[in-house]
Structures are given as structure tokens and as C-alpha cells.
Design a protein. Structure first.
Length: 306
């Protein structure tokens, strides 16, 4: 009697391991296509345009390092870099300290703590444009809520966004209101600190400050490190608040780097020069991130490490 051979499937012909790899790549192909079309492709194109004189229409004329030479002598480039650095090195420490204080308050066991946590987190969910419009009204020099409070306290009104000396501090105060995301990370880290450490320290006679600086703060260093890296990256890319609230003024006091890049690319249509600005920003962020990662071993404590 003649035996019927089983029909070989495509997987048998290709081999089970190879077929598994093909299936895996098919499943992740939407992500891969998006990565190369919307991320890798534009990055390569902008790297090429950084060495050209391109005005959004016409052909790109290769100019070598001319855009870098223009960058060095560009007054507005240095103004935007200073404004962004001011916002980063003044604002980020305040953001982290405020977020940590919020988290310490929200980690207490009081009645209605879930309501308070929701209230503190909600501002971070507000759209950036709506947030900026609200603060423009609060800091209005004529009828703003902030000056109303100052006058009620017997203090002189301030110019806020209209004052070149106060515009950047006003934006930093505005950023403190939306510290809910960093607060949430700190709160999760606080709840992960083993209570046995506090009990042992309390038995040894450590007071509240000693327990905070010798237990709480070291155990929070991974969260502090994460918030620091993410916040610095975000601060170098601040755009919406300055664009809506001040449009870079007054007297370019809030002309941040990304806002200047936007003007070059989509108002003046210097696409080649804007690409150079974008890559310089990428290198600046990469440098600061590299420094933070390399120095993290000196102050970040992870459980289980020697």
C-alpha cells in the first residue's frame, strides 16, 4: 500500500528558526518603517542639509562648513544659547527641589491624600498652549492675578513677561506649576524605601533630618538621576511656553534655542542653517547626558550594588 507523504509547509522549507525570525520582523515592521521614515531618514537628510545653503525651495547648494562659520558670528545664536542655559541651570534645580518637596508632602498619611495627589498632578496634564494662556493672564502687568496679590500685600506691581529682567524667571515659575510628572516619580520612589531602614535608624537615635539625609535621599538618587537627565533634555527644547507667552520677547530675553531654530526654518526658510542649529543642539544634549551618565557612579546608589 502506497504511503502518502505529508505536505511540507513553508515553515518546514525555510526552517523553523528562520521562519520565526521572519515572523518577528513582520510583526515589528510597522515600527521599523516608522523609525526609518520619520526618524532616521529626516536625521540623515538634516545632516546633509547642514552643509548646504538650502532655502526650502530650489536645489541645495553644498557649502561645506559655511553654516558653522555663520553660527560663530551669529549674535542671536549666542543670545538663544544663553537664554536656554539660564532656564536650564536655574530652573532645573528649582524644578527638582519643588518636585521632591511635593512628593514628601504627598507621601504623608493624612485624610484625603488621594485628592491632594490628584490636584498636584492635574496641572501637568494640561495642554501646553492652554497652560501658557492662563499664565499670560496671571502675569498680566495691568490686571493680572499675580500683581493683584502683590498690591494686596502692599508690594509694588511687577512687569513679569513684559520686563526683560523678569521674563525668564516668570517662565521658570510657570514651569514649577507643572511639576506633577517628576513628583509622581519621586512619590513612587519614596514608597519603595524599605521601612525597616527607618525603624533601625530610629532605634539608633537618628532624628528626622538624619533619617532624611542618610536614608531617604540616598535611596532616591536613581529617581533624582532619571528626573535630572529627562529635565535637562526637555529644558533645552523649551518652545511652546515661550512661543505662546512671549514670542521670544521682550528684547529677545526669552528667545530660546528651539524658538530661534523654528524662526530660521519656518519663518526665514533657512533650512540648511536650521539643520546646523538642530545638530548643534543634538550635540549639546548628548554632551550633557554623557557627563551625567559618567558621573552618576559617584552619587547614584542602586540596591544590590557593592
Amino acid at each position: 500500500m502506497e504511503t502518502v507523504q505529508p505536505r511540507r509547509t513553508l515553515a518546514d522549507r525555510l526552517g523553523r528558526r528562520r521562519w520565526n525570525w521572519i515572523q518577528a520582523y513582520l510583526f515589528i515592521s510597522p515600527w521599523l518603517i516608522g523609525l526609518f521614515v520619520f526618524t532616521v531618514g529626516p536625521m540623515v537628510a538634516s545632516l546633509f542639509l547642514a552643509f548646504t545653503n538650502y532655502r526650502a525651495i530650489g536645489t541645495a547648494e553644498f557649502t561645506g562648513l559655511a553654516n558653522l562659520n555663520r553660527l560663530v558670528g551669529d549674535e542671536y545664536f549666542w543670545i538663544s544659547l544663553y537664554n536656554t542655559s539660564y532656564y536650564t541651570f536655574i530652573g532645573i534645580p528649582l524644578f527638582l527641589i519643588t518636585s521632591l518637596l511635593y512628593a514628601l508632602l504627598l507621601n504623608t498619611k493624612v485624610r484625603g491624600i488621594s485628592f491632594y495627589r490628584t490636584v498636584y498632578y492635574l496641572p501637568s496634564l494640561m495642554p501646553a498652549v492652554a497652560n501658557a494662556i492662563i499664565w499670560v493672564w496671571i502675569f498680566n502687568p495691568q490686571f493680572g492675578f499675580a500683581n493683584a496679590i502683590l498690591q494686596w500685600l502692599g508690594l509694588p506691581p511687577l512687569g513679569w513677561f513684559a520686563d526683560p529682567n523678569l521674563a525668564k524667571p516668570s517662565l521658570i515659575i510657570m514651569g514649577l506649576w507643572g511639576a506633577g510628572a517628576q513628583t509622581l516619580i519621586f512619590l513612587a520612589a519614596l514608597q519603595g524605601v524599605p521601612q525597616i531602614l527607618y525603624e533601625a535608624a530610629y532605634i539608633d537615635g537618628a532624628n528626622a533630618w538624619q533619617r532624611f539625609f542618610n536614608i531617604t535621599l540616598p535611596m532616591l538618587t536613581p529617581s533624582i538621576f532619571f528626573n535630572l537627565v529627562v529635565s535637562i533634555i526637555a529644558s533645552f527644547q523649551v518652545f511652546t511656553t515661550a512661543y505662546v507667552a512671549t514670542a521670544g520677547g521682550p528684547i529677545n530675553s526669552t528667545l530660546f534655542y528651539l524658538l530661534y531654530l523654528y524662526r530660521m526654518a519656518f519663518e526665514s526658510f533657512w533650512m540648511g542653517y536650521a539643520s546646523t542649529l538642530a545638530w548643534v543642539l543634538f550635540l549639546i544634549i548628548l554632551f550633557f547626558t554623557f557627563i551625567q551618565v559618567k558621573t552618576s557612579g559617584l552619587w547614584v546608589y542602586y540596591e544590590g550594588e557593592g
